[in-house]
Design a protein around this ligand. Structure first.
Ligand code: NOJ
Length: 586
């Protein structure tokens, strides 16, 4: 059989239009399309000064690690001066560096260390709110011009029997409870979609818009390569502050103080948002090659896609694709069909000529190994690193870190704290924020000090970078090999197809005329699976293939990388990803 000749017309695309849409023939692509984005949560990455909190010098000391890992872009969660009520997402000075993390000189050293190694640096831009300790808010409280209207201020709706002011409407904070806080000094409420210590900026004020564009300019002048824009959907709220939001139906909660209790028709995704994003795009476009990625969580897909903009009004380079988090909450959601549907949902809805991305986790959602099972870590890394699009990796996922149990007494995350000892575990983000596990020394090599801001996971003696570098097969080694492999043409501009999709199996084929063809086969189930790929395939597959990579949990002699396996009798251990090179028949 002349497989190579037959292959092109035999491929049944799951997305007939998709390869056209991705414009796979295009050769020169912007850096943010080629490179893996690696998110660093600075408090937890590496502590150089021994105070138990990670810092910029610590990150710089790991620049060689990042380079060797094969990621191309580092996104730093906020490093700006902050009272740390929301661990840096409450910013007291948008153009400074938090002393806990170091100095501006340390920042410049980090930027240079990354750039010297060919890595890009993206900053977290948090436009929706500042800290209540920001000078603007302090002056706004005093009605000091021009700051009086920098934030959203409102009169009380009235006063209750005990003389307490009643908030202007029923709007809720994402972190639970009323989104309004009373200020005696001004005799008014201010609005905060997150903590009371995170007052919302008023984007109907031209000066605020200009101030925030200056923040972008400041960092662009510092040589950063782009921004991850925080909480973009929250930027505007309805102008009429007397209106209540409707109760969600179904609400999924009977707690009227829980954010999910209301349908956020007046406080999310307001149409004015896009004009501000466009203003930022224009600022960025005055500098060569700058990227903007926006955080849009929990929205209808059509809403999410709007943030790409279009040819006449380009907006973000991409909104984060959180579908792998939102649709697949745990292992029982992880099936071949669900993976296919989730991937299709993004690609089918993405506007023509735009670029996809794949996010498996971040500092707000549980670790991949805890949501889906440690045995699925390699398969999911294989998936997001080999699909067309930009993968986003949260630090520690490359070694398969899992959630750490944090007692109520040790809980730091305000979202956890606000739900109390009974419910904090459902909401706390601490478990995925614990220190990076570098080696088996005390505190996992994260610090030379004698404490850490969150406890280190007990498994650090087995799960750490050093151990995985030394092991013959490890999550880290697989990740590095994937990072290198995805630079091949078959992945950078090759076609994509899903030859076999069943309840248990998901597969992705990447191929390009004149280059190698690869097939990633994933067993999504919790049991071992023996599968005849030929029987299920919508593509004519060759009889055998060479194993390139396999999950660490597969210890069979027959799948040692380099072995030839028969596609009609493939055995996959639970959660396994097996990456194969298809052998073309002579
Ligand atoms: C989204 C960030 O990822 C999260 O950590 C933060 O608490 C909120 N935005 C508020 O800034």
């Amino acid at each position: 059989m002349d497989f190579s000749l037959k292959r092109p017309e035999l491929i049944v695309y799951s997305h007939s239009e998709m390869n056209k849409k991705l414009n796979v023939k295009r050769r020169k692509v912007p850096w943010w399309q080629n490179e893996i984005i690696y998110q660093i949560y600075p408090r937890s990455f590496c502590d150089a000064n021994g105070d138990g909190v990670g810092d910029l010098k610590g990150i710089t000391s790991q620049a060689d690690y990042l380079r060797a890992l094969g990621v191309g872009t580092v996104w730093l969660s906020p490093v700006y001066p902050s009272p740390m009520a929301d661990f840096g997402y409450d910013i007291a000075d948008f153009v400074g560096i938090e002393p806990l993390f170091g100095t501006m000189a340390d920042f410049e050293e980090l930027r240079a260390a990354l750039h010297d190694r060919g890595l890009k640096l993206m900053m977290d831009f948090v436009p929706n709110h500042s800290s209540d300790e920001h000078e603007w808010f302090v002056k706004s409280k005093r009605k000091e011009e021009p700051y009086t209207d920098y934030y959203i201020w409102a009169e009380p709706k009235g006063f209750n029997e005990t003389g307490e002011p009643i908030p202007p409407n029923n709007w809720l904070s994402v972190f639970r409870g009323s989104a309004w806080t009373w200020v005696e000094e001004r005799q008014q409420f201010y609005y905060h979609q997150f903590l009371a210590k995170q007052p919302d900026l008023n984007y109907r004020n031209e000066r605020v818009r200009e101030e925030m564009k200056n923040v972008l300019r400041f960092w662009l002048e510092k040589g950063v390569d782009g921004f991850r824009v925080d909480a973009i959907t929250h930027l505007f709220e309805a102008e009429d502050l007397s209106l209540d939001e409707p109760v969600a139906s179904p609400s999924g909660t009977d707690d009227p103080l829980d954010y999910g209790y209301l349908n956020h028709t007046l406080t999310l995704n307001q149409p004015e948002t896009f004009s501000v994003v466009k203003e930022w795009r224009d600022v960025l476009d005055l500098y060569p090659d700058k990227a903007m990625i926006v955080e849009v969580f929990g929205e209808e897909i059509e809403e999410v896609m709007k943030y790409y903009g279009n040819d006449s009004v380009p907006l973000a380079d991409f909104p984060f694709n959180f579908l792998l988090i939102e649709h697949l909450r745990n292992r029982s959601d992880l099936t071949g069909f669900a993976l296919k549907d989730t991937i299709d949902m993004w690609l089918d809805n993405m506007p023509e000529g735009k670029w996809p991305n794949w996010v498996l986790g971040n500092h707000d959602y549980g670790r991949v190994g805890s949501r889906f099972g440690a045995d699925a870590v390699d398969a999911l890394n294989m998936l997001v690193l080999l699909l067309p699009g930009t993968p986003v990796t949260y630090n520690g996922e490359e070694i398969g870190m899992v959630n750490t149990f944090i007692s109520w007494e040790d809980t730091q995350d305000p979202q956890g704290c606000r739900y109390g000892p009974e419910h904090y575990q459902e909401f706390s983000r601490d478990p995925e924020r614990t220190p990076m596990q570098w080696d088996h020394s005390p505190f996992a090599g994260f610090t030379q000090g004698n404490s850490t801001w969150l406890p280190v996971n007990e498994n650090y003696k087995e799960v750490n970078v050093q151990a995985q570098l030394q092991a013959e097969e490890s999550h880290l080694k697989i990740y590095k090999e994937l990072a290198a492999l995805r630079k091949e043409e078959s992945f950078t501009r090759g076609h994509v197809a899903y030859p076999v999709v069943t309840f248990e199996i998901f597969s992705v084929m990447r191929y390009l005329e004149g280059y190698e063809s690869y097939l990633l086969v994933i067993n999504t189930s919790e049991g071992e699976v023996e599968v005849d790929l030929h029987h299920h395939s919508n593509v004519e597959l060759p009889p055998s293939a060479v194993v390139i990579l396999r999950s660490v949990t597969d210890t069979s002699n027959s799948t040692v990388p380099g072995s030839v396996v028969k596609l009609s009798e493939l055995i996959l251990v639970p959660g396994e990803g097996l990456l194969l090179n298809l052998i073309e028949e002579e």
